[in-house]
Design a protein around this ligand. Structure first.
Ligand SMILES: NC(=O)C1=CN([C@@H]2O[C@H](COP(=O)(O)OP(=O)(O)OC[C@H]3O[C@@H](n4cnc5c(N)ncnc54)[C@H](OP(=O)(O)O)[C@@H]3O)[C@@H](O)[C@H]2O)C=CC1
Ligand SMILES: O=C(O)[C@@H]1CCC=N1
Length: 283
């Protein structure tokens, strides 16, 4: 059994932890989590999942086999610099920070460590994350397999080239939020049309699950499946015409493009901060 440490215990770290524990992949007592200062949050995760919580990175990281970096991108430089003294070359570092590339992580750590840059999503909490990952050149076959196994316990895993990870972030990292956004609209509309909220919730969830399962099992394209729902002169045609009039499809495409660009911008910010830090050390 591997010892797993987390730097940062926010929504994404919690989703991964709850997923891997629920699926029996890891014993909670082998998980140590650290955040910066939020004691209430630490108390909650300790009580909820039986993991050990610390504000000391030394206490969380010593003897870890795998270290997850799960702080906001803007906090990566500070958190990883603070963690550096406790990181050793036999550890595997897994970063889920959006936009932060492997070269940036290597520059901050400045040690010969195996690093995985991964982009999961919060559906990890129910074992249904769509994760894509990429590794640096120092990773051994066993460590890559370990990362794949950990993420496989919370959903699907795709190994991709690193230059695809910002697009993955815009598509599936942020993706659950797009679906929730649509559901918010469906719920509001159901309420306005006089459906009770429990009934509406069940209808909406089953509709989404059913459509997802059709996409999964059917050889037909999404466009064909859509056309099969759309009777000529019927209700769907009338509804979809409104979506087309509002250019909703283009809006979704722009949404994913903009999220992808934002991942790059966040990564560029980190590069700037790292370069500033390096040049200040050279003076
Ligand atoms: N949320 C999502 O859907 C997804 C998020 N991600 C990525 O996951 C990462 C975390 O996001 P999310 O969980 O939403 O963020 P949250 O803001 O929920 O959590 C961030 C955590 O980082 C901790 N932290 C901040 N600075 C430090 C530090 N110097 N040392 C130790 N811990 C620190 C915070 O501690 P404290 O509270 O004490 O300040 C907090 O526990 C981000 O990089 C994001 O890009 C990736 C995929 C999906
Ligand atoms: O919104 C964000 O920046 C993070 C990355 C992907 C999902 N949430």
């Amino acid at each position: 059994m591997k010892n797993i440490a987390y730097i940062g215990i926010g929504s994404m770290a919690e989703a991964i932890i709850s997923g891997i524990i629920a699926r029996g992949g890891v014993n909670p007592t082998q998980i140590r989590v650290a955040n910066k200062s939020n004691q209430e949050r630490l108390a909650y995760v300790q009580q909820q999942y039986g993991v050990h919580g610390y504000t000391s990175l030394e206490a969380a990281l010593t003897n870890a086999d795998v270290v997850f970096l799960a702080v906001k991108p803007k906090d990566v430089l500070a958190a990883l610099s603070a963690a550096r003294p406790y990181l050793t070359e036999n550890m595997l570092l897994i970063s889920v920070a959006a936009g932060v590339n492997l070269a940036n992580l290597e520059n901050i750590i400045d040690k010969k460590m195996a690093i995985v840059r991964a982009m999961p999503n919060t559906s990890a909490a129910v074992g249904l994350s769509a994760t894509a990952l990429s590794a640096n050149s120092l990773i051994g076959t066993g460590q890559l397999q370990l990362a794949i196994d950990l993420f496989s316990s919370i959903g699907t895993v795709s190994v991709v080239e690193e230059n695809k990870l910002n697009a993955v972030t815009g598509l599936s990292g942020s993706g659950p939020a797009y679906i929730y956004y649509v559901v918010e609209a469906m719920e509001k509309s159901a309420q306005e049309l006089g459906l009770d909220s429990d009934t509406a919730k069940q209808l909406i969830i089953q509709t989404i699950q059913g459509a997802a399962e059709m996409l999964n099992q059917s050889p037909k394209t999404p466009a064909t499946l859509r056309k099969e729902v759309t009777s000529p002169g019927g209700t769907t045609e009338a509804g979809l015409k409104v979506l087309d009039d509002y250019q909703v499809k283009s809006a979704f495409i722009s949404c994913i493009e903009e999220a992808t660009k934002q991942a790059k911008r966040m990564g560029d910010e980190i590069s700037k901060d790292i370069n500033k830090e390096i040049s200040s050390l050279n003076f």
